[in-house]
Design a protein around this ligand. Structure first.
Ligand SMILES: Nc1nc2c(ncn2[C@@H]2O[C@H](COP(=O)(O)OP(=O)(O)OP(=O)(O)O)[C@@H](O)[C@H]2O)c(=O)[nH]1
Length: 322
């Protein structure tokens, strides 16, 4: 979970935000408060992620307040502690608080934390009149806070499960499932932006021999090293993956000349310098196809690049044996 991103920016969280809206509306109603909020804090400041929908609430969801503005929630988030101000007019500390200048007098708020303990933001109610909340109100807001934190834990869990589902454990690159999904998305975007792409297919040479003669760990080392070569030679915006076994693919943005040749040469050159710990040199066959207007299906492109790789491999093996 990227803690510097506003949580309402992701489509994935819309159901949870609807639930939070209910929570904030009920909380404001039970506390008979004209305004209730869930606020998120990032390096961009404070955002009212959810604002209670009562008509007396002057602040709307989505509003961002800068870091140095003396709002009540700032105090809660920076001190990591709850705050109850029954009557702000009695404390000069709040004299420049824009909420007080807008007529608010009372505030009750609790900090909300991410599962890793870092501050997420706060949950609060505000009133135009002096309040006398007893312990029941505080318990109620605390329970709502706990519920929001439980939701955040689920969000994190879902995101890490999704990450695991699309990642190859051995190399840390995308797996086939991740590649099919992300490369298809990249293809669509490139068409819209009139960018030219190419797809590479790479296969380690003689991995079976390495496994059989030196051992499975040696084979793993060759696979990991090829993944490192891809990460080194490709741009961050390119999508590379281990499709399975010793087979890799990458969808890459083409240079001005619209060919894959310079990249394939760069990769071959870099790979040929990779000495493996068991005294062998890494050897990889690479095939590539340039994406044309019709070739917008990832599986189809992978198949074509695989055939091209196979042709290259045969040529290399013939070259070695003759
Ligand atoms: N060490 C290791 N081996 C794997 C892994 N996944 C698949 N393999 C092995 O990699 C080998 C791939 O063999 P092939 O692609 O058929 O052939 P090759 O020996 O690489 O020969 P060429 O591709 O013709 O150069 C098989 O023996 C698989 O069992 C893995 O994660 N680790």
């Amino acid at each position: 979970m990227n803690e510097s991103v506003w949580i309402n920016e992701s489509e994935d969280h819309q159901t949870m935000l609807k639930h939070w809206q209910e929570v904030v509306d009920v909380m404001a109603e039970v506390c008979r408060a004209p305004a209730g909020f869930i606020v998120q804090y990032t390096d961009k400041g404070f955002m009212a992620i959810v604002a209670s929908s009562n008509v007396q609430n002057p602040y709307q969801a989505g509003m961002v307040i800068e870091e140095d503005v003396n709002i009540f929630c700032r105090k809660v988030i920076h001190s990591n502690r709850s705050l109850y101000v029954p009557d702000a007019s009695q404390d000069p500390v709040w004299a420049d608080n824009p909420e007080v200048l807008d007529g608010f007098v009372s505030y009750l708020g609790y900090p909300i934390f991410w599962p890793n303990g870092k501050p997420f933001g706060s949950i609060c109610v505000m009133d135009y009149k002096v309040t006398h909340y007893d312990s029941m109100y505080r318990r109620l807001v605390t329970q709502f806070r706990n519920m929001v934190e439980a939701n955040l834990a689920l969000v994190e869990q879902n995101e890490s499960l999704r990450e695991i589902a699309i990642t190859d454990e051995l190399t840390g690159l995308y797996n086939r499932r991740g590649f099919n999904f992300l490369a298809q998305r990249q293809l669509k975007m490139a068409t819209r932006m009139h960018q030219r792409l190419g797809l590479l297919y790479l296969d380690v040479d003689d991995l079976k021999t390495i496994n059989d003669n030196i051992g499975h760990d040696a084979g793993d080392e060759a696979i990991i090293r090829l993944a490192e070569c891809l990460s080194h030679c490709l741009r961050e915006s390119d999508t590379s993956a281990r499709l399975g076994g010793d087979e890799f693919s990458a969808l890459v943005l083409l240079g001005e000349d619209n060919t894959l040749k310079p990249l394939i040469h760069r990769l071959e050159d870099y790979i040929s310098k990779q000495q493996l710990s068991f005294g062998r040199q890494l050897s990889v066959s690479i095939g590539g196809v340039v994406v044309d207007e019709e070739g917008l299906d990832v599986k189809n492109l992978v198949e074509k690049a695989d055939q091209e790789m196979y042709r290259v491999k045969r040529q290399r093996k013939n070259h070695v044996t003759h």
